[in-house]
Write a protein that binds this ligand. Structure first.
Ligand SMILES: [Zn+2]
Length: 55
């Protein structure tokens, strides 16, 4: 299955946010109405492009 690099980064970063309290990754298309499922914080930020993911 061939995927373009652009496709891959879209999958990784599109609609993905990170909790500013516990750094949990949360996938949502409504970041303003979403709470972190781990700690319940509403402080989410977009994932930085180019940030390496933990393996
Ligand atoms: Zn959290």
């Amino acid at each position: 299955m061939a995927m373009l690099p652009q496709e891959i980064s879209e999958r990784l970063y599109k609609n993905v946010y990170v909790c500013m309290k516990c750094n949990a990754r949360i996938r949502t298309n409504k970041p303003h109405r979403t709470k972190c499922r781990k700690c319940g914080s509403k402080q989410l930020r977009a994932v930085k492009k180019g940030m390496k993911l933990k393996k």
